[in-house]
Unconditional design. Structure first.
Length: 168
């Protein structure tokens, strides 16, 4: 008599049907969740010339060695919308303009650069295009990008950020 009762129930009231389809349903929900999360947190594609960029890394080490040989060091102070830089080292003359590159460690789409102008005696000033928060990698390049200084800071900073030649 109970088998007759099961035969008269609609399929969606049978618990064995739901037990059989539950892995497929869970897979669909998981896939849709991953699709939404991936779409919201898109971080760009890998550069087409990634191999070439990897081979160029030795040139970056040369920039660090040159900065170290010139005993270069910079202290950055971040204001509300200004960037002040004090550069020291063995330079014949201070360049008229330098480039500070702000790189977000997780999202390259947020990266930006700040040109800084020489005020005299190794002091530079630049305008920040946006408010800075959280962690940033900061790189300072020479006028022809022949040397590089590096530092990492958690913003907003309580004290000046020191940029030094990378120890890599």
């Amino acid at each position: 008599m109970s088998s007759n009762l099961n035969d008269q129930q609609p399929w969606y009231k049978n618990s064995m049907v739901w037990l059989a389809f539950s892995p497929a349903i869970a897979g669909v929900f998981t896939g849709l969740t991953l699709l939404v999360v991936g779409s919201i947190n898109y971080d760009g594609t890998v550069h087409e010339d990634y191999y070439k960029q990897g081979r160029i890394i030795n040139q970056a080490f040369d920039k660090d060695r040159l900065a170290q040989a010139k005993n270069l060091q910079a202290d950055l102070t971040f204001g509300q919308d200004k960037l002040e830089l004090a550069l020291t080292g063995k330079l014949e003359t201070y360049p008229d303009q330098l480039l500070v590159l702000m790189e977000n460690p997780t999202r390259s789409s947020l990266d930006f650069s700040v040109p800084v102008q020489h005020l005299g005696s190794g002091r530079y000033l630049g305008n920040l295009p946006q408010k800075i928060a959280y962690d940033w990698d900061v790189k300072l390049y020479g006028p022809q990008q022949e040397w590089r200084l590096y530092g990492r800071g958690h913003f907003p900073l309580q004290q000046p950020l020191s940029l030094l030649p990378s120890k890599r």
